[in-house]
Design a binder for this molecule. Structure first.
Ligand SMILES: NC(=O)c1ccc[n+]([C@@H]2O[C@H](COP(=O)([O-])OP(=O)(O)OC[C@H]3O[C@@H](n4cnc5c(N)ncnc54)[C@H](OP(=O)(O)O)[C@@H]3O)[C@@H](O)[C@H]2O)c1
Length: 301
């Protein structure tokens, strides 16, 4: 049984990790109310009290568009926070598992060729830049046994995510309103449950990973439009009003990568669990959480 300390425990991934890890391990879950990852005293107290074997950092600034105008806050959460956690991991001899993003890449690679860990990141947004700086803070902290898992297009039954936005659009009025969904950006939708399973597998593996960066996403890839319509079909919701559009037709404050498909060969070459393909994970999500999520969305309208 390992002692696992989860930060950002109220977020999408944090909740999934808590659910999976608690079955066989001793787990402490914190969010900003219990431990602010940007506050050294708070970290030293919480981690020093528990003395974990593993720290899984699920806390982050994740509002991609808002980060363009909240640069300072994004930097504090995505760079200073991980750097302080890395220092605490060294001090208390814990392994650190830190989560990053596909948005560290510029996306300018022809689809469907994926990005590997050997490729040079070139983030185009404040969010992507701060996440890359956070990766480097973990990897470059002397003595830190840290790994970085880059994931993408995360969804779960709780919190804000793309699937819930699609349900909201499908349920909004007027019923004949057309919804344009971007069909020329490609990535790897990843269920938070699958990622939590992946992290647990890494923790429980007798051959723990060498420090460094690893890609950790559901296999396969798709566009936002196909992701949305496949989800709605699985939910038995009519997709007639959902139409594909180009990136130019749907401008956002933060520029999204056109192709942020990630290759997972490095993890699989280490004999690690490789997550199921995105469509299987989506089906499982709909079976397990579809009705609850739909009710939550309807109640919020
Ligand atoms: N969501 C995606 O599509 C996506 C894609 C690629 C990579 N990722 C990465 O995956 C990881 C998990 O993402 P997620 O979607 O689970 O994020 P999330 O749902 O936004 O959860 C992040 C959690 O961190 C908490 N937090 C904020 N500031 C904090 C602080 N100073 N100290 C402690 N906790 C704090 C947040 O609390 P509040 O809600 O109160 O702020 C929230 O509960 C992140 O590293 C993210 O960058 C996410």
């Amino acid at each position: 049984m390992a002692k696992i300390f989860i930060t950002g425990g109220n977020g999408q991934l944090g909740r999934a990790c808590k659910r999976f890890f608690s079955k066989n391990h001793q787990v402490v879950t914190t969010d900003i109310q219990e431990m602010d990852i940007t506050n050294s005293d708070s970290i030293l107290k919480a981690i020093g009290d528990f003395k974990p074997d593993y720290i899984v950092n699920c806390a982050a600034y994740t509002a991609v568009d808002r980060a363009e105008s909240e640069t300072e806050l994004a930097h504090r959460l995505n760079v200073i926070g991980p750097s302080k956690l890395a220092a605490a991991a060294v001090l208390f001899r814990a392994r650190l598992i830190h989560i990053s993003t596909d948005y560290v890449f510029d996306g300018n690679r022809q689809f469907p060729f994926p990005w590997t860990e050997e490729d040079t990141p070139n983030p185009q947004t404040v969010y992507g830049r701060t996440k890359l700086d956070g990766e480097n803070a973990v990897i470059n902290t002397y003595g830190c046994d840290g790994i970085v898992l880059r994931t993408a297009w995360l969804y779960s039954p709780t919190g804000h995510n793309f699937l819930k936005t699609m349900l909201r659009l499908a349920s909004s009025s007027p019923a004949d309103k057309i919804h344009k969904i971007v069909n020329d950006q490609f990535g790897c939708p990843t269920s938070a449950s699958e990622l939590a399973k992946q992290i647990l597998y890494i923790i429980e593996s007798p051959n723990y990973l060498d420090r460094g960066v690893y890609h950790a996403v559901c296999s396969g890839c798709t566009s936002w439009y196909h992701f949305a319509t496949r989800f709605l079909e699985l939910m038995n919701i009519d997709t007639t009003n959902f139409k594909p559009c180009t990136t130019e037709e749907f401008p956002t404050p933060a520029k999204r990568p056109r192709n942020s498909v990630l290759a997972v060969d490095k993890l699989s070459s280490k004999n690690m669990y490789v997550m199921v393909d995105w469509e299987t994970a989506l089906k499982n999500y709909v079976i397990e959480h579809g009705q609850t999520v739909y009710k939550d969305v309807l109640a919020s309208l």
